[in-house]
Design a protein. Structure first.
Ligand code: DHB
Length: 313
């Protein structure tokens, strides 16, 4: 019997967001997708999430923006991107010809900007859904400030929900004391799914200059170092919302991805692992298939939430 790895990430949405498999590439680590088409068959991925997109193009933060650390990488990109107009004109028409769904990650300084982005992307061919980034740690306004609090997170979600019929995923920050409260609030405000975690607040110091490495002082840590933190938060959130949860944070192997799925994630995103191995997401997908075949699991649904008390998804 052939394996069925398909997942529906927006069961409450009219359009739905059906993926052929649960392995997606995380925003900011896979460009606009086409950059990687020489390295792997991108059409085999479950979905691609493009770089965080703002209303106007952005140049991003001053260098340095990326520092390697034990078990991970600290980034301070500052939302460098081409802006939504160029995305609609240059990227979406290419995506429209692809089998793999592309989800656009959106970011703004104000709630109005998020709503405007959602409105502009509604009905654009080639855009299969939105991921609302209320968790960027590297900009002064918006970003993680919205995502740290249930009320503001819900307000952004509600505004986006009202502006589009596209499936809406809300990306959560670990840099809050109440991620379960934020998840519940965005689910109540109309999110179709949540993704977590974004990068963890971190910093580094340049001892020769006796100054912080990054212009914003703090930045965002991702990679294997954050995986156990992400796991605990995905497990927690999956227990309090009845919408699909997408797990990410340090996934570098199929075993990592399977852990997230058994913790209750319906899908996973591969992020900084792609820096080391551009094929990482596909290698992980193949590893999941191998595991399922080995254990006689025909449907992915058979292992989602398998590690939860009553096998609750
Ligand atoms: C950036 C970093 C993030 O972790 C994020 O969620 C969004 C943007 C950045 O610096 O560009």
């Amino acid at each position: 019997m052939p394996l069925d790895l398909s997942v529906q990430l927006a069961p409450k949405n009219k359009k739905g967001l059906r993926l052929a498999n649960p392995v997606m590439t995380a925003s900011g680590t896979f460009g606009y997708g086409m950059e990687y088409s020489q390295a792997l068959d991108i059409q085999k991925l479950g979905a691609i999430i493009c770089k965080g997109t703002t209303l106007e193009p952005r140049e991003g933060n001053p260098q340095p923006r990326l520092v390697e650390t034990a078990g991970g990488v600290i980034n301070s990109i500052g939302l460098q991107n081409i802006g939504v107009k160029a995305l609609i004109k240059e990227k979406a028409p290419v995506w429209a010809k692809w089998r793999v769904p592309v989800i656009v990650n959106i970011a703004g300084d104000t709630i109005t900007e998020y709503a405007e982005l959602a409105k502009k992307l509604d009905g654009v061919k080639g855009v299969s859904g939105l991921e609302v980034n209320i968790s960027c740690p590297n900009v002064k306004a918006g970003g993680a400030l919205f995502g740290a609090n249930p009320d503001t997170a819900a307000a952004v979600t509600k505004a986006v929900r009202a502006a589009t019929s596209l499936p809406v995923i809300v990306k959560l920050t670990p840099n809050t004391g109440d991620i379960a409260g934020v998840a519940r609030a965005v689910a109540g405000a109309g999110a179709d799914a949540v993704s977590l975690i974004n990068s963890v607040k971190a910093m580094a110091i340049d001892i020769s200059r006796r100054r912080p490495v990054f212009s914003n002082v703090t930045a965002g840590l991702s990679g294997p170092a954050v995986k156990p933190i992400a796991m605990a938060l995905v497990y927690e959130v999956a227990g309090v919302v009845d919408i699909p949860v997408i797990g990410l944070g340090g996934i570098a192997t199929a075993a990592d991805a399977l852990e997230f799925i058994m913790a209750g994630a319906s899908a996973v995103q591969v992020g900084s692992a792609t820096y080391r191995n551009p094929r990482a997401a596909l290698d992980i997908l193949e590893g999941i298939e191998w595991f399922m075949a080995k254990d006689g699991i025909n449907k992915l649904a058979g292992i989602i939430g398998a590690a939860r008390p009553a096998g609750k998804a």
